[in-house]
Design a protein around this ligand. Structure first.
Ligand code: C2E
Ligand code: CA
Ligand code: CA
Ligand code: CA
Length: 279
């Protein structure tokens, strides 16, 4: 068995090698991206049932010099594995806070909240709270306008520490949303302990909501849960008016998705926000 194992290993060697070096190249590229200015934030509107834009999610983009746009779905997991998520996450937070501060004097932008995705590894840094407080202070962004999107994977270990950090940030006004809700394994008893403001229905449940009774049931359950816990519920990945209507019938509060807009570079997002105010 040992010999066979060794043969198998040798057989896969070139392929493994290719995977390893592709990863290494991506990692080196990501370091350059952080050092240079290949990273950008795109902004996707969050719209209420009354067609008001109340917020926006900031989504990171990597404009690779050779490959063009590399999806965060590809490089965020790598950044998490390598620890690059720490400088990357800090850059995202800082950029979002600067943007918030720059909107403060503009009537068509000043009411918007900016939601920022925070990786578990980033959140678990001992000085995470201090980092956020320092960034808010340094940029002048209003804490009440910043919302942090956390995922359920954060809740598997060290729940007391998570609650303590959230509570410290909530005290100054920072809001919290639980992202991709329903895809993880958070226990409902944990959920009750967290100082959350919002639950986000994952797009995986929205996609087939009109045809898959299980997805519809989960969406209904999340809205009911949000109601009973006093949390706003937002659905992501809303692409059609029929999906939006179905979610509205369940009592969903806000929506995000291609139905309203794709994530946009800053200039395009600002003109879209302007048109929302004028409508
Ligand atoms: P996510 O937080 O669940 O973000 C939603 C993703 O769905 C985004 O993909 C967005 O572009 C996409 N999306 C929005 N509306 C629609 C729609 O109507 N239909 C479909 N099919 N997709 C839609 P994106 O921007 O590629 O980001 C992928 C994931 O990468 C994010 O998922 C998030 O987990 C991660 N990510 C993105 N930016 C950051 C960041 O700054 N920090 C961290 N830690 N993670 C990030
Ligand atoms: Ca998110
Ligand atoms: Ca999400
Ligand atoms: Ca998602």
């Amino acid at each position: 068995a040992k010999a066979a194992g060794r043969n198998t290993l040798r057989f896969f060697d070139p392929q493994m090698q290719a995977v390893v070096s592709a990863r290494a190249a991506l990692e080196a590229g990501l370091r350059d991206a952080l050092a240079g200015d290949q990273l950008q934030l795109y902004y996707q509107p969050q719209v209420t049932g009354e067609s008001e834009m109340t917020g926006v999610e900031a989504l990171v983009r990597w404009l690779h010099p050779q490959r063009g746009m590399v999806s965060p779905a590809e490089f965020i997991p790598l950044a998490e594995d390598t620890g690059l998520i720490l400088p990357l996450g800090h850059w995202v937070l800082e950029t979002a806070c600067r943007q918030l501060a720059s909107w403060a004097g503009r009537p068509e932008m000043a009411h918007l909240t900016v939601a920022v995705n925070v990786s578990p590894r980033q959140f678990h840094q001992v000085d995470f709270v201090d980092q956020v407080l320092t960034l808010l202070e340094r940029t002048g962004a209003k804490p009440q306008r910043l919302k942090l999107e956390l995922t359920e994977s954060l809740l598997v270990a060290n729940i007391e520490d998570v609650i303590a950090k959230m509570t410290a940030l909530k005290r100054v006004g920072v809001g919290f949303s639980l992202d991709d809700f329903g895809t993880g394994y958070s226990s409902l008893s944990h959920l009750k302990l967290l100082p959350l403001d919002q639950l986000k229905i994952d797009q995986g449940f929205v996609r087939d909501i009109l045809t898959d009774p299980n997805d519809a049931a989960i969406a209904r359950m999340v809205v009911a849960l949000g109601d009973s816990l006093g949390l706003a519920v937002i659905a992501e990945g809303v692409e059609t008016e029929a999906q939006r209507e179905f979610l509205a019938d369940q009592g969903c509060y806000a929506y995000q998705g291609y139905l309203f807009s794709r994530p946009l570079p800053i200039a395009e997002f600002e003109s879209l926000a302007q048109s929302y105010v004028l409508q």
